[in-house]
Write a protein that binds this ligand. Structure first.
Ligand SMILES: Cc1ncc(COP(=O)(O)O)c(C=O)c1O
Length: 391
């Protein structure tokens, strides 16, 4: 099945205003997402926030069902959050880690995740073991397998790092984790909406992601998956009157589904927008999205490599829609700012966002040009011409 690109662009008002290669930052929302979001705000303004929540209860329930479909999960395994980091934190800080417990992770861990490891090293005395990368930049599965056999309390993987096109072998990591009986937390923040995600194939116990990136949802949205059988292995970092029920003076009962990781208050408009974004992506099909994104990104890499001052920095045998590069004569911020004058959007990947990888490879701040299926070959040409002009 191929994607009707013209239709996708007509559905996306932002396409008429900007050339958007910042989909790994926040994608342009399709009209159906904008409508779901703004219509709910309008309803809240008209009839009241609580009353509006009652009026859309079924549609709000359907958001969980849509996310469950996206992941091949059950609805009671999904929690809505306000960001990927919040989702990841709820899982990570729910783990009962003891002094000496080992966390196995990789050289492309996202900064927020690694800072949390360091924090728990300080507060709980855990050890953090970074598994080396193979010659293509992915996690070395043999080294991971060996470390897993030696014992660990957690394997934490960033599926696609924020700083490049690398796709980690998340399913193989899942096999190792399940085989060794080690909890597996997958940061799928850059993956959701651009690569198929099946929690059964991934064999992960916990998965976190955002709405605003490849899913094309609103900002301030995210979600957490926790495998049913794993729910009670996590402690509740912050129970409230939604995640728990106050039963008498001395006790409370935690609810029995993944909503225990939510708080009572939430941004319903954003969550409805997220649901619309997931439905839109599922209608198009995640496989065709993956194929088109991969093809566009490869074209962009090839075209960039033809510009003599540009160095493409992506790693990985398998790559996705994120393309990072440096320029011999111009720093990344100058490039971003000059492109923005032409209404071309890219972002910066700073060394601090993936410090281990940046240190290992001696990476300066890089330009991150991340494509989505609604981008076109013509935009890639325009992008490269603009780069030539400023070079
Ligand atoms: C790999 C990865 N994980 C986690 C996050 C954090 O997502 P959020 O800003 O929604 O908390 C990002 C954001 O860029 C990311 O790239």
């Amino acid at each position: 099945m191929s994607i009707d690109i013209q239709r996708a662009r007509t559905d996306t008002p932002g396409c008429h205003h900007v050339l958007h290669f910042n989909n790994a930052g926040a994608s342009l929302m399709p009209q159906t997402v904008i409508d779901a979001y703004t219509e709910h705000i309008a309803l809240e303004a008209q009839i009241g926030g609580y009353e509006a929540a009652d009026a859309v209860r079924d549609r709000h329930d359907a958001v969980y069902a849509s996310l469950a479909r996206l992941l091949g999960a059950h609805v009671d395994e999904i929690a809505l959050t306000d960001s990927a980091t919040r989702a990841w934190n709820m899982a990570f800080y729910g783990l009962d880690l003891k002094p000496g417990d080992r966390i196995l992770t990789t050289q492309v861990s996202y900064a927020a995740d690694f800072i949390a490891f360091l924090h728990r090293r300080k507060t709980s005395g855990v050890q953090v073991k970074v598994i080396p990368s193979d010659d293509q930049g992915a996690v070395d599965l043999t080294a991971l397998d060996k470390a897993a056999r030696e014992g660990a309390a957690l394997i934490a993987l960033t599926h696609v790092p924020t700083n490049g096109g690398l796709v980690q072998p998340a399913e193989e990591v899942g096999q190792i984790a399940r085989g060794a009986g080690i909890p597996y937390l997958l940061d799928a923040c850059q993956t959701a909406g651009q690569l198929p995600l099946s929690v059964a194939h991934l064999q992960c116990d916990m998965l976190s992601a955002t709405g605003r990136k490849y899913l094309r949802g609103p900002r301030g949205t995210g979600f957490l998956y926790v495998r049913r059988e794993f729910l009670d292995r996590l402690q509740m970092p912050t129970p409230d009157l939604h995640s728990a029920r106050w039963v008498d003076r001395d006790s409370y009962e935690i609810r029995d589904d993944a909503k225990r990781f939510e708080l009572w208050e939430s941004n319903l408009a954003g969550e409805l927008g997220l649901g619309a974004a997931v439905d839109y992506a599922l209608r198009i099909g995640i496989q065709p999205i993956r194929d088109r994104v991969r093809t566009l990104a490869e074209t962009l890499r090839v075209r960039l490599a033809e510009i003599s001052a540009v160095r493409v920095r992506d790693l990985g045998r398998v790559k996705c829609g994120i393309v990072t590069f440096t320029h011999d004569d111009l720093d990344a911020r100058t490039i971003r700012d000059r492109l923005r004058e032409d209404r071309i959007n890219v972002s910066i990947s700073d060394p601090e966002s993936t410090l281990l990888d940046a240190t290992r490879r001696g990476l300066p701040p890089m330009v991150r040009a991340s494509v989505h299926y609604y981008n076109t070959d013509e935009e890639i040409e325009r992008f490269c011409e603009a780069l030539h002009r400023i070079s």
